[in-house]
Design a protein. Structure first.
Length: 281
């Protein structure tokens, strides 16, 4: 394993250490939530959650389980810090985004604790680069309080179905309207753009539908500008879980399988557009 002696050789104590044989596994996940420059990292024994928010209306979480790493150690119950995500991505891809066949960038990540920088040791082809990224005081994050007991409607789709929808719907529309119902139309996506209204329906027995659990009819609108960042995760994913609660808050959970067949998740929470009346529906 590269860098196996790096921290111990320096005699420093780290509250977080993590090693990956292929840094691209991490960078591709982080790119899926990179719609703002800063992110809050939250590490526990289970892995790392990277959270990005915008305007208190949308929140994205990338979950990197401990099992993904070849080595993963957290010395405290939890470790939290804020970091410039754009800088972190630049460092992770310092050797370029596409390695030569058979080569990959190995990564060792070390963090000494509050006030210290996040240290990255990157190695490719015998060349080692060390990056130190300043960390910041973590922000208080929005709590969408989205637990499974409050879910009203849930469907699981193969991602290709949603990718086709986003390609076909009129993205000049300001909102995407989502209807989920135990009866027809079951699952409908609607836009209201320059060319008029467009609707895309998915029957509950569609080949693309992996699970369908709808308890009541719900129609909610979401600003397309808020949902667009999630298409980065959609492009990487193989399945997507779409859930809503009684208030119309939306959860999009993308299942992403990396090159080694390991599973990670990226989740987006989005609040409904409140500028909508019953008459419009």
């Amino acid at each position: 394993m590269p860098f196996s002696t790096q921290p111990s050789a320096s005699g420093e104590q780290y509250v977080l250490t993590a090693s990956l044989d292929n840094a691209r596994h991490l960078s591709s996940l982080l790119r899926a939530v990179h719609f703002q420059d800063h992110a809050t990292c939250f590490a526990t024994a289970n892995g790392i959650r990277v959270t990005v928010e915008d305007a208190k209306c949308i929140q994205a979480n990338a979950f990197i389980q401990a099992e993904i790493f070849q080595e993963f150690s957290v010395q405290e119950e939890s470790v939290t810090f804020r970091i410039n995500l754009a800088v972190l991505l630049d460092c992770l891809t310092i050797f370029g985004t596409s390695s030569l066949p058979g080569t990959s960038t190995a990564l060792r990540m070390c963090y000494r604790g509050y006030g210290y920088p996040l240290m990255l040791f990157l190695e490719e082809g015998g060349v080692v680069t060390v990056c130190k990224i300043n960390t910041q005081e973590p922000d208080e994050l929005l709590d969408f309080d989205f637990c499974s007991t409050k879910v009203v409607n849930k469907i699981i789709l193969q991602s290709e179905g949603l990718r086709e929808a986003f390609a076909e719907l009129d993205m000049t529309s300001e909102v995407l309207q989502i209807t989920m119902s135990p009866d027809k139309p079951y699952f409908r996506l609607s836009t209201f753009g320059n060319a008029g209204s467009a609707h895309l329906d998915y029957p509950r027995d569609s080949d693309l539908m992996e699970a369908f659990h709808c308890n009541q009819t719900q129609t909610n609108r979401y600003k397309i500008s808020l949902l667009k960042p999630s298409t980065k995760a959609l492009a990487l994913s193989c399945k997507v879980s779409i859930r809503t609660d009684a208030q119309g808050f939306l959860s999009l959970q993308y299942m992403i399988r990396n090159e080694d067949g390991q599973i990670c998740f990226v989740e987006y929470y989005c609040c409904p557009d409140e500028d909508i009346t019953e008459a419009e529906l």
